[in-house]
Design a protein around this ligand. Structure first.
Ligand code: IDP
Ligand code: MG
Length: 140
């Protein structure tokens, strides 16, 4: 298996409940290394770009408003098979459908407030990382 990098974001419902450390512990316990991290308040412009793939969906405006509603913690995670591994430990998009022990099952509230984002493929990971981090901010 290859060492990969993926993009992760702890969402406003989780930062509001002071869960950054608890979620980071799950990531690290699973073997992922946090090689970049910063807490930001996303602008609407950033959010619209970040979720651009969903621009035609009925929930797009709600999604953009939600992700701008409070602080998020953007991260770069590194590890073996990091993209797929991170999606596995995050769990299904809707916390109701997520497997026990996953981050979304343990911490998520509902479909929008599902605590964490993770890239769905290597290509999207590279694009999402580059959008939020400069090379010098990533220390592997
Ligand atoms: P993912 O986060 O598991 O990759 P996506 O389908 O890429 O899921 O959707 C992005 C985010 O949009 C989800 O994490 C979820 O918070 C939100 N979302 C997805 N589907 C819906 C919906 O039908 N209604 C409201 N929000 C949704
Ligand atoms: Mg997605």
């Amino acid at each position: 298996m290859a060492i990969e990098r993926t993009f992760s974001m702890i969402k406003p419902d989780a930062t509001a409940r002071n869960l950054t450390g608890a979620i980071n512990a799950r990531l690290e316990q699973a073997g992922l290394r946090i090689i970049a991290q910063k807490r930001i308040k996303m602008t609407r412009e950033q959010a619209r770009h970040f979720y651009g793939v969903h621009a035609n969906k009925p929930f797009y405006e709600e999604l953009v408003s939600y992700i701008c509603s409070g602080p998020v913690v953007v991260q770069v995670l590194e590890g073996e098979n990091a993209v797929t591994l991170n999606r596995q430990i995050m769990g299904a998009t809707n916390p109701l459908n997520a497997e026990p022990g996953t981050i979304r099952k343990e911490f998520g509230i509902e479909l929008s407030q599902n605590s964490i984002h993770g890239s769905d493929a290597l290509e999207t990971a590279a694009a999402e990382i580059a959008y939020f981090f400069s090379g010098s901010e990533i220390v592997g």
